[in-house]
Design a protein. Structure first.
Length: 337
């Protein structure tokens, strides 16, 4: 099967959609499919070996038309009308995966969002990364949760689990790292003083450091910046609890899978598709409620028992790269038929 994947952003850009698209492209190629990726993202020297698929960066209209004409199925990793038109005009079997809410930040629909939602009615199949995203769309969708890299994120028994709480994500207001720091302040008033590791970087980093210092938590909170690959896996394996306190309703939340795969109990905000990503791997609290988060942390800190393994293993197995890629290939074959 010749699969052409459209991803507006792609490596070396870093983000959830870029990571999921790369995982699927790698798996499709490993399964013997002919894969190409079209993207608006320019290349940057990385020193890494080239991937096992072709990447076409910023193709012009004629190049995009020819690439679509040669493929058997056109797969959009998030809808992009700017790249969708050749597939519609050529009546090419087309599958769109919806990774985000197709609304403005305040939930309203502008002209651009209405146009994208209309375009979903014209393609062969639509996929949503969570039931929450599917429920927000005006078309029937197959729910296909995102994969994670199980070759990177797993329980490493060589690492001592000697730390308490970890936050992993971009340091922006939507991700809610300040909610965790406030929860630690409340816990300290109760005589409970867990340590917190903040992994990530972003524009809110200086404000978060000030918040921790003003709350008298400098000795409890350590900011270690960005970590990737095996270094990130080892850091996650050192912690008992991962907190995913997003204020924004996450469409899914791969970070929860990564934490659970490394043996963390995941405490996450109850919004969007994040509860689906967490599944049996932890518990939920009301988004933005630092008091509720403090109570959830205290309960878990007082419970030394490890998470129950069988349901977690079954949950993670559904999100393995090959399992997700195989389900996508079934959808592609149905679209071609």
């Amino acid at each position: 099967m010749r699969i052409l994947i459209s991803s507006h952003l792609f490596a070396p850009s870093v983000g959830g959609i870029e990571q999921v698209t790369a995982i699927l492209a790698e798996e499709f190629a490993a399964m013997g499919q002919t894969v190409g990726v079209v993207t608006t993202t320019l290349a940057a020297p990385t020193g890494e070996p080239p991937p096992p698929y072709a990447i076409h960066r910023q193709p012009d209209a004629w190049q995009l038309w020819r690439l679509v004409r040669r493929c058997d199925v056109f797969f959009q990793s998030n809808v992009s009308v700017a790249m969708l038109w050749p597939a519609l005009l050529q009546r090419k079997p087309t599958v769109v995966a919806c990774h985000v809410w197709i609304t403005q930040p305040d939930g309203r629909l502008g002209a651009r969002e209405r146009f994208k939602r209309f375009a979903l009615r014209l393609v062969s199949r639509n996929v949503a990364v969570s039931r929450a995203v599917a429920a927000s769309l005006p078309v029937p969708c197959t729910v296909m949760p995102n994969p994670y890299r199980e070759n990177i994120f797993f329980v490493d028994t060589s690492v001592a689990r000697d730390r308490d709480v970890v936050f992993l994500g971009r340091l922006v207001s939507d991700k809610g790292a300040d909610v965790v720091i406030e929860a630690l302040r409340l816990l300290r008033l109760r005589g409970v003083e867990p340590g917190l590791t903040v992994i990530g970087d972003g524009p809110e980093a200086p404000a978060l450091r000030r918040q921790a210092a003003e709350a008298g938590l400098s000795a409890q909170v350590r900011f270690i910046g960005t970590r990737t690959g095996s270094e990130l896996r080892r850091e996650l394996n050192r912690h008992r609890i991962m907190v995913v306190p997003s204020r924004w309703a996450e469409p899914f939340g791969v970070v929860a899978l990564e934490g659970a795969a490394c043996g963390c109990f995941v405490i996450g905000a109850n919004g969007g598709g994040l509860p689906e990503a967490i599944g049996p791997c932890g518990e939920l609290f009301p988004s933005g409620d630092s008091g509720a988060l403090a109570s959830a942390l205290q309960r878990r800190l007082n419970d030394p028992s490890p998470p129950t393994t069988p349901p977690i293993a079954a949950h993670l197995a559904r999100h393995r790269r090959r399992a997700v890629a195989e389900r996508y290939l079934e959808i592609f074959r149905a679209a071609i038929r």
